[in-house]
Design a protein. Sequence first.
Length: 604
Amino acid sequence: MLVSRAKSFATILITLLVCLGLWFSWIKSSEQDTYRVRKSQAIQKLSELNLSLTDWFRTSGIYLKVAAETSLIQNYQVDPDATVTYLKLIGRKLSEITQLRILSTEGFEVIRIQRKSGKLTTINQRQLQDKSNRYYFVKSKTLLPNEIYISPIDLNEEFGKVEEPWTKTVRLSTPIYSQQDRLLGYLIFNFDIGKVLTKFENRTDPHVETELIDSNGFWVAGKDRNKLFGAQINPDQNLAKMQPGLWTKINERLNGSFLEDKTHYTSHSLGLATILDDQAFATQTDQTGPYILLASFQKPTFWTTINTISIALLVLLMFFGALMSYLLHWAIRNRLQEQMAKRKIERQYLAQDRMASLGRLVAGVSHELKQPLGNVYSANSVTRDLIKDLRDIAISSEQDQQSLEHLQQALSSSTKIIENNIQRARSLLDNFQQTANHQSNIKRQKFNLGQSLKNITSSFGPILDRENIDLIQDYSGNLTMDSYPAAISQAVINLIENARKHAFAEGQSGRILIKANPDPEKPLSHIQLKIKDDGMGIPTEKQSMVFEPFFTTQVIGRNSGLGLSIVQNMVNNILEGTIELKSEPGRGTTFQITLPRYVEKTNA
């Protein structure tokens, strides 16, 4: 009996030891898994926060730069009421804007719109102030035409004191230039960035903390209020002072991870000076170094992992080894199933992304090929009718030589249209292949503008004939260029389409003239191109807005309103030229483009 009990005890002891060994191994495995998961979560959180801040700064910078380049801002001295209306429209669009201002070249406020109690209010002229000594104006004076100044993130101050409640503010400014490149003043937006910074405090995972720190070691977000903005509130609240060893490691291993005092840290730098480099304009900032996004969590240990497990589980393991073995098996199986399910979902998402990318590519190819193939179809229909007429004349007893010659010419023209549009479709496919190989679609080359324009306009013949619109071409003089023919083609196509859709009432006949010749003032270096129609013209009050993005005279939704904006962008930025509008209601519209024969710098 003693032997039996000894065996039972030994069996229980062995079972408990096995269970405890398995439990110990499981705890260690969980500890490592938890560590890996938290490291992944830290990296993911920093990536999301970095993307959120980057997108915010880019969006704000683009709004500022686009606004500064609009005529409504550039004409603030001529029509300040229109400028105020436009600025309020921006303010309503961007609810985080607290101030919109225009400063003169001397630093005096000309226009100031302030958000008070959620409403945008125009400040009285008597209350406008001299800002010539403020740091953001001094910095703005050093900006080049394509530069934006981004101030450090700080607390807004009124009369030398921090405003209560806190308004976490960042200022963006950019110079305002006229179309003749004359400095007119400076456009400045004040943003409340507090909503974006609250993402550092929204901790869905209590184990991982995120912080935003400036280059001097002061906390900007992610800490308690009494530790934030130490530069303005309490200079002692500074990471560099409080933990110099940690601060040194952060700067030594920026954009990396390290372990310090059983705490895992992951950092990422956010440089305001380069944040808008991919948007075709540069930035300046007073920030001496990048902002630091920091994620941290306590490294899991054996004992902390045990503390996360129910005490009942340990009791059950001690007294019901067999049951716990089963539960451990079940837990491991579930974990494997979860991992398999996760991998399956990841594969599904990957497949969906690939299908979505394929769908976008197919849609793009379909859209681009629709017009040339439509032209081929139309020309083919005309050719079929001409062949029928030719057969009828051949059958007729009266041989009309003039009719035969006319049909021969028409057939030749129709087949030329088919050939040109097939070539255009082939060119489009080549361009898509170049895109797939990460090559540029726009290439600079030598060409004859007159011949290029003839190739462009040939596809419009059948369409304009059906609409009773005559297309007249007048090309004279030396029209050789070393530029971007693809950009010129797109601009001319957009202008012809604009005239066809907007210049004439439904059923109204008309004429579109395309004229190209050496520029009378600079014939050796520049070429003048005109696209003119004799349609209804553009109302005087709308002429200043035709190049604005999203402006259209049609019902909203029928047209994008980007056609002429794209033309202006191509002429000014890619072709280094200028475009002017001349229009009189009832007497037609003329777009006059002046282009250099040789583009010195590569803008495409």
